[in-house]
Design a protein around this ligand. Structure first.
Ligand SMILES: Nc1ncnc2c1ncn2[C@@H]1O[C@H](COP(=O)(O)OP(=O)(O)OP(=O)(O)O)[C@@H](O)[C@H]1O
Ligand SMILES: [Mg+2]
Length: 553
């Protein structure tokens, strides 16, 4: 019979332990501990005292069995002096038949329910006292050996459960932190990835406003870039009015200007109240809340990213949005400044290649036309000296020479400004180039244009013309080729420009003196494309791939 009782108690204890450990929330664990301890011992009241960090006093005191009215009557909860202090100093089970009779007892405060029998056990987590479990007023007698045993085991279970709950909370906090970090990182990575693929400033700006808007779920995002003493709208996303799209506001005296100059973000809960008159230029109709973050790159303020109103009635912009948008703005700033320098570099390259072209024409004018004119002068001078029939002969020859030089000059002028391209279209202009190669260099030239030149962007058309022109000139001048094939075709999203000769080839990897090949590469790069050069003893192939961005229907 006693054995049975013991088994039942053990089973209850196991059950209690399992239920404690199953709870991951600290408050639930403590509540269950109080209830179970009372149930297992038949105590009327149970309490848990949680030690403070120095383990000298109680930081919390939770009770069970005492109702709210009693609680109010007792007033302040014990801090851990008196009998409770005995357990704090000496964390071992303590059984008393009459608490009030103990020498350390201060007695109970007024309004405290009468308590005589007492059982206290420490809760020790990883070898350190965490708190105590107290039970009082056992029904029908004093706390015995079995109670001490059961409560000691329960306290051990509780220690494990509390430890788990702590760990769990910490890991939840950590994973939330991690999630936020990851979210920010993803946005940053996305911008960096976009940056890697995108050097076109316009596209970068568009990405910044669109991604930024999605990141903080804003109704409207406007990107302002510093320009002189002003902030000028560079792009916007969301339900944005024309005013905001073309906004230009002074740095001085505006909220955005303050963000630009201080480099610190600004959160606004009442746009109408906070925005100064000068800010009105950035008018986003009906905006209530705003979050403005600076775009800074290498210590320089480039602009301000302004987000207005959250979507779907979410509350205004909080710490989290501010943190995310700031993080995002950092990579956005880098992307913008990189795209800007790429743009500057492109401009530099295109100026350089224009310069090189000009010097090439100068050289040709010198070597061909000037030589021809000089020869003409010699001819006319000697004719004048001799006079008579010789003069007539010289004049006739001179007329012929002048005709040739006029043709030469016309050809040069055509090359300087391919008027034919505008007037006749791409295919006819390329045929003109081919005709010249046939006549001047004696090449067999086949031209195949599989695109409608009129649908192409004018810059792209010029690039195609210049590439073919240089490749044909090279084939005529260096290749000793018989045949040249020119092909323009659409491949995927772009255009393929191919010029292949059957000449002697050259070492395409070796550095060259000329401008032609370098100019072709620059031109292809300028259009966002690539240029491949293949050369062998069987001939040379120049192949350019030029994307057709921003054109077509
Ligand atoms: N199709 C080709 N066949 C054989 N050699 C070539 C061909 N194209 C270029 N080359 C070689 O590569 C060199 C560099 O060409 P590039 O066009 O850059 O300069 P260039 O023609 O010499 O001078 P520029 O084009 O400035 O008038 C040429 O001098 C020539 O040796
Ligand atoms: Mg050349």
């Amino acid at each position: 019979m006693a054995e049975d009782m013991h088994d039942v108690a053990a089973a209850r204890l196991l059950e209690a332990g399992r239920s404690l450990v199953a709870a991951l929330d600290l408050e639930v664990v403590l509540e269950r501990l109080l209830e179970t301890a009372r149930e297992l011992t038949g105590a009327r009241y149970a309490a848990i005292g949680v030690l403070d960090e120095r383990r000298q006093a109680l930081e919390r005191f939770l009770t069970s069995g005492i109702d709210a009215a009693n609680h109010a009557a007792i007033g302040d909860l014990p801090r851990g002096r008196g009998i409770l202090g005995v357990l704090i100093e000496d964390p071992r089970p303590l059984v008393l038949a009459d608490v009030g009779a103990h020498p350390r007892s201060y007695g109970f405060p007024h309004g405290h329910p009468p308590m005589r029998t007492f059982l206290g056990v420490p809760i020790v987590i990883r070898g350190e006292a965490w708190g105590n479990l107290y039970l009082t007023e056992k029904a029908g007698g004093e706390f015995g050996e079995a109670d001490v045993e059961a409560i000691t085991v329960l306290a051990d279970w509780a220690a494990i459960a509390i430890d788990h709950a702590h760990l769990y909370r910490r890991s939840v906090e950590r994973s939330e932190e991690l999630e936020r970090a990851i979210e920010g990182l993803e946005a940053t990575t996305a911008i960096s990835r976009a940056l890697g693929a995108e050097t076109d400033l316009g596209r970068v700006l568009e990405l910044v406003v669109k991604r930024g808007r999605a990141l903080v779920r804003a109704r409207v995002v406007v990107l302002l870039l510093a320009d002189g003493g002003r902030l000028v709208a560079a792009d916007g996303a969301g339900q944005i009015g024309d005013a905001a799209r073309t906004a230009s506001l002074p740095v001085a005296g505006t909220v955005a200007g303050a963000v630009l100059e201080s480099g610190r973000p600004e959160r606004i809960d009442d746009v109408a109240a906070r925005f100064a008159a000068a800010d009105e230029a950035l008018g986003v109709p009906g905006a209530e809340t705003a979050l403005l973050v600076p775009l800074r790159s290498r210590g320089r303020s480039l602009g301000v990213l302004c987000a207005f109103d959250r979507m779907d009635d979410e509350p205004g912009f909080g710490d989290r949005e501010e943190e995310l948008l700031l993080l995002f703005a950092q990579s956005a700033a880098t992307a913008v400044s990189t795209a800007r320098s790429v743009e500057a570099e492109r401009l530099r390259l295109s100026l350089r290649s224009a310069e090189q072209e000009r010097s090439r024409w100068a050289r040709e004018l010198h070597d061909e036309t000037l030589q021809g004119l000089a020869a003409l002068r010699v001819l006319l001078q000697s004719g004048l000296k001799v006079g008579g029939g010789a003069l007539e002969e010289a004049a006739r020859t001179a007329a012929e020479q002048v005709t040739t030089e006029i043709a030469n000059l016309r050809a040069l002028i055509t090359e300087l400004r391919p008027a034919a391209l505008d007037q006749l279209g791409l295919a006819a202009a390329l045929d003109g180039l081919a005709q010249r190669s046939r006549e001047v260099d004696g090449l067999e030239v086949e031209v195949k244009v599989d695109v409608d030149g009129e649908t192409l962007d004018p810059d792209l058309r010029t690039a195609v013309y210049r590439l073919v022109q240089e490749a044909l000139t090279n084939a005529g001048r260096h290749a000793r080729a018989q045949r040249v094939e020119v092909r323009i075709a659409r491949v995927g999203e772009g255009l393929e420009v191919l010029v292949a000769d059957d000449g002697r080839g050259f070492d395409a990897a070796a550095p060259t003196e000329g401008f032609g090949l370098a100019g072709m590469r620059e031109r292809a790069a300028l259009m966002g494309g690539t240029l491949e050069l293949g050369s062998s003893a069987a001939g040379t192939t120049v192949r350019a791939l030029l994307p057709e961005l921003g054109t077509g229907p």
